[in-house]
Design a protein around this ligand. Structure first.
Ligand SMILES: *Cc1c(COP(=O)(O)O)cnc(C)c1O
Length: 406
């Protein structure tokens, strides 16, 4: 029989998974091989948009699985075309490129921006402005775009042409970097991995302005913030700042691997036949399932639920923080939420996550454990949120006992 201990025997040691083996899930619930249940507030890190094994996606998956699994890019398929159409109808975009993951969506975005500059200007316009502590994926190009030095160590030489700025640098520093030699700026409008930190809207507007002035393309990495996560289909739609290229992945497939790079007609023309590609991109099954995800997310009921559950979580936050005083003010939008631990409690971060698990609620660390991040199913109910927060309250109480007896 397979047990959790077989993981380290057969898998490369890139991850340290939870100490239990999840066997099945339904909605916000997850069960392990001993039958214990957990309320999953991680949502597979903003991936399981409609929860685990939702009937509506099982149905979409099964229907497509009986029809067509793969076709290669010598053909195309109806689900891919319809998903692209839907994405275009609900965003600024005119064209979509499909891939299989977030890093691929960003890789395509960065290549497209370089190609656009080479086509319309010249090869000297190649600098990409990116930000410290940002996360854009783990390919050599996207990890270089990202702002975590530790992720780049030991992989050199890295691709060149990047400038990394502090997100709260001065306007002058920004203006100097986004200049005529800059082909693109890439940014997470809410920094996810580094702690659920929304970028001030004024800052995003200024970056937009600078990009327009310098003919640099603005890339919004909405891989974590998109697909309803923040209460609108994409986060930028509620702050009224429009990118030139938008990347999506994570929640788009509701648990299946899919990435999408969205842009305008004029920019898309640079990806002419042969310039870029992907074997599995636009797969019939993943695109059929993603279309159903979009249909469910982009409904008044779901979007209303996201706002209500955010408020409910905020109310619980106030209650728990009055009781325990572990946290700095809550951050995040919609159902992408961060509870940052106060300096004094950061040393207990690992214990808190372990206790939460023990009490049957799963959260995901951000900023290396300094922030308790939640990105549950967008369909989580009021009763489920209460149950999850009750379990978290028990975990916090247990932590307080442990910490004071330590
Ligand atoms: C997760 C994430 C990525 C990378 O996605 P993968 O599917 O793991 O390649 C890129 N950008 C952001 C903002 C993310 O949250």
């Amino acid at each position: 029989m397979t047990t959790i201990n077989d993981f380290s025997r057969y898998l490369m040691p890139t991850y340290k998974p939870w100490g239990f083996l999840p066997t099945h899930g339904k909605g916000v619930y997850l069960w392990d091989d001993s039958g214990k249940d957990y309320i999953d507030l991680t949502g597979g890190i903003a991936v399981s948009t409609l929860g685990h094994a939702p009937d509506v996606l099982i149905d979409a998956f099964t229907k497509q699985a009986h029809k067509l699994w793969h076709i290669s890019n010598y053909g195309t398929c109806e689900p891919a075309i319809r998903l692209a159409q839907m994405l275009c109808e609900h965003t600024f975009a005119d064209k979509v490129f499909f891939s299989n993951s977030g890093l691929e969506a960003n890789e395509a975005a960065l290549k497209l921006a370089r190609r656009y500059a080479h086509t319309h200007f010249d090869a000297t316009k190649h600098t990409i402005v990116a930000f410290k502590n940002a996360f854009h994926g783990r390919s050599l190009f996207t990890v270089t775009a990202g702002g975590t030095d530790a992720y780049k160590q030991g992989f050199g030489p890295l691709p060149g042409g990047f400038v990394h700025l502090d997100i709260d640098c001065s306007d002058e520093v920004l203006a100097q970097a986004i200049n005529s030699e800059c082909c693109a700026a890439i940014i997470e409008p809410i920094f996810g991995e580094s702690g659920v930190i929304p970028v001030p809207i004024k800052r995003l507007k200024y970056i937009r302005e600078l990009c327009t002035k310098s003919h640099a393309l603005l890339i919004f990495d909405e891989i974590q913030t998109g697909i309803g996560r923040t209460g609108t289909l994409f986060y930028h739609q509620q702050i009224d700042v429009q990118p030139d290229i938008l990347t999506s992945a994570k929640g788009l497939g509701g648990g299946l691997p899919i990435g999408a790079t969205l842009t305008t007609d004029a920019i898309a023309q640079c990806f002419m036949p042969g310039v870029h590609g992907s074997t599995f991109g636009g797969n019939p099954i993943t695109t059929a399932v993603a279309r159903t995800v979009l249909e469910v997310v982009n409904s008044e009921t779901t979007l209303k639920n996201i706002a209500q559950c955010h408020q409910q979580c905020a109310d619980w936050f106030t209650k728990l923080n009055t009781q325990f005083d572990f946290f700095e003010p809550m951050r995040g939008v919609g159902l992408l939420i961060g509870w940052p631990l106060k300096q004094a409690w950061r040393q207990h971060s690992a214990t808190l996550f372990a206790l939460a698990m023990q009490h049957g609620v799963l959260c995901v660390p951000a900023a290396g454990g300094k922030v308790v991040r939640m990105a549950p199913s967008l369909l989580i109910t009021e009763a489920e949120m209460d149950e999850a927060m009750g379990r978290l309250q028990s975990a916090c109480a247990a932590l307080q006992v442990q910490a004071t007896t330590m």
